[in-house]
Design a protein around this ligand. Sequence first.
Ligand SMILES: *Cc1c(COP(=O)(O)O)cnc(C)c1O
Length: 360
Amino acid sequence: MKTWIDTLNVYQPGLPIEEVARELGISDINNIIKVASNENEFGPSPKAIQAMNECTNQMHRYPDGGAYYLKEKLANKLNVLPSQILFGNGSNELIIFLSHLYLEPGRSLLMSEHAFAVYALATKLYQGELIQAPMKNLTHNLDAMLNLIDSRTKIVSVVNSNNPTGTAVKPNDLEEFIQEVPDHVLCVVDEAYYEVMPKDKQLDIIKYINSGKENLLILRTFSKGYGLAGLRIGYGIGSSSLISKLNKIRQPFNVNAMAQSAALAALDDDEYIEYCRSQICNGVRYLEKEFNKLGLETVPSAANFILVKTFNGNKVFKDLQKRKIIVRPMNVYNLPDYVRISVGTTEQNKKIIDAFSEIF
Ligand SMILES: *Cc1c(COP(=O)(O)O)cnc(C)c1O
């Protein structure tokens, strides 16, 4: 065995509702509010639900390994070539593929401190070196990141909006950054929250790929705005040559058939996705306002969750759990004072605020 595997950390997901229900001795899991994993509390698009129901009797078949129809439809929607898209078992899987393609001992991945943990885990998995740049006001500090790039750097990742801080960089700053990253470094822009971002924060960087930029990869997912986290499907957009290399790393059937059907239908439901986006943006503003009224500081969010500063994130996490609300403590992100809370429905948001009012 490779004994260094013992040094790897294990990703700590949000607590499953069933586990909390067992702990609290609650039989009806509908009584529990889980706002710990940035899921879409409005659920999948009705069109996606219908598509899933309609394909259940085909589940004895292997999926289309090339995801032909889905790729065609998405390519059309994004105005890129099908050869510029690769699907993954969640965009998390694509982060693993990238690390497989670029990292080994002596090569590094550069990311921000307090940014999405999977980049760090993937780097270690391929024995790459992890370089973490300081943030500024819990936002990516793009200048500091550029300054840390050296000849060993192979990947730089910018998570926009960032998980777990919720912050987005200024669109102009990101455009400059993309152009300044040297050619020997792949610039990954993780846009997992693209569909839920306020309109003025959404930036079209696909144009750089269309204009021939080879060292840029955009990651998006159906897990957040599209509300299909359980199906595990995300995608990367990049140059055809990069995508064809990544394509060699994946398993032949890495994206399951039901996920492909649901995603195909969800892409036809702009109206629903837009409804979720506006509800979520309103929810962020509501939570911000109410937390601030309670004297709690919040971090400006361009995502479907909000980071709240308390006196002790772990304690607040436990206090909320007793009130049947699951949030995410932030010790693993080295932000022990904070909890991260996904935006829920109007009713859920109100219950969250009521629980905080009892605690504070
Ligand atoms: C949620 C999230 C992902 C996506 O995960 P999936 O594997 O597609 O479910 C990727 N990046 C960030 C920053 C995220 O927060």
